[in-house]
Write a protein that binds this ligand. Structure first.
Ligand code: ZN
Length: 203
């Protein structure tokens, strides 16, 4: 299983972190060990003092492929959820300033949370999917897939030009504006449309 992530896919988020709007998708990966397994507590990592949530729509790949054309891409994912691309922002800022890779900031154990899968066919319109994140019962992030710079199909196609996609791989499709800090004791709950797909407490 591979975990792909897309950076800067919502212009309002790129702006809030003072990043340029990319002229092609920004892709990075997390290893399988980054996936928080079900019924496993999430612990605040010791190496950071600035842990951020990034709530994102996540796609699940259902078919093996390479060099997938845009027009066929929608056949390659069958389920969607919301998840969190946890980021050690202090470490990321240091690494970015030095032009170094981001793994220590983003690819650590349990840094990828994925909620319950919903079949794509159950959604009325996959081009306009609302998702949101509550922190301690207050909405802190709100997004809609219509605002992505690169939509699901173009991401699947683009990624498959570099990496083979395999059944069970997942793609975190980028976060909208509103990323922020969490501290021990915070409760996070993610929604796709109105449906709650994950709930976790930072321990
Ligand atoms: Zn992200």
């Amino acid at each position: 299983m591979k975990i792909f992530c897309v950076g800067r896919n919502y212009s309002d988020h790129a702006k809030e972190l003072n990043n340029a709007i990319p002229d092609e998708p920004v892709i990075f990966m997390k290893p399988k060990s980054a996936l928080l397994q079900a019924h496993t507590p999430f612990y605040y990592p010791e190496f950071t003092n600035e842990l951020h949530y990034e709530c994102e729509l996540v796609l699940r790949i259902c078919k093996n492929g390479k060099y997938i054309q845009d027009k066929f891409a929608s056949k390659y994912y069958d389920a969607i959820s919301a998840g969190i691309d946890f980021t050690a922002r202090d470490i990321q800022n240091e690494l970015k300033a030095k032009g170094l890779p981001w793994e220590k900031a983003k690819a650590w154990d349990n840094s990828a949370v994925i909620g319950k899968w919903l079949p794509v066919t159950g959604l009325k319109n996959k081009r306009e999917i609302d998702f949101s994140l509550n922190k301690n019962q207050e909405t802190v992030q709100k997004g809609n897939s219509a605002d992505m710079l690169y939509d699901f199909d173009s991401l699947v196609s683009y990624i498959s030009n570099y990496f083979s996609l395999n059944i069970g791989d997942v793609i975190f499709t980028g976060t909208p504006a509103g990323v922020g800090e969490v501290v021990v004791g915070d409760e996070l709950e993610g929604f796709v449309e109105k449906e709650s797909v994950f709930k976790l407490e930072v321990k």
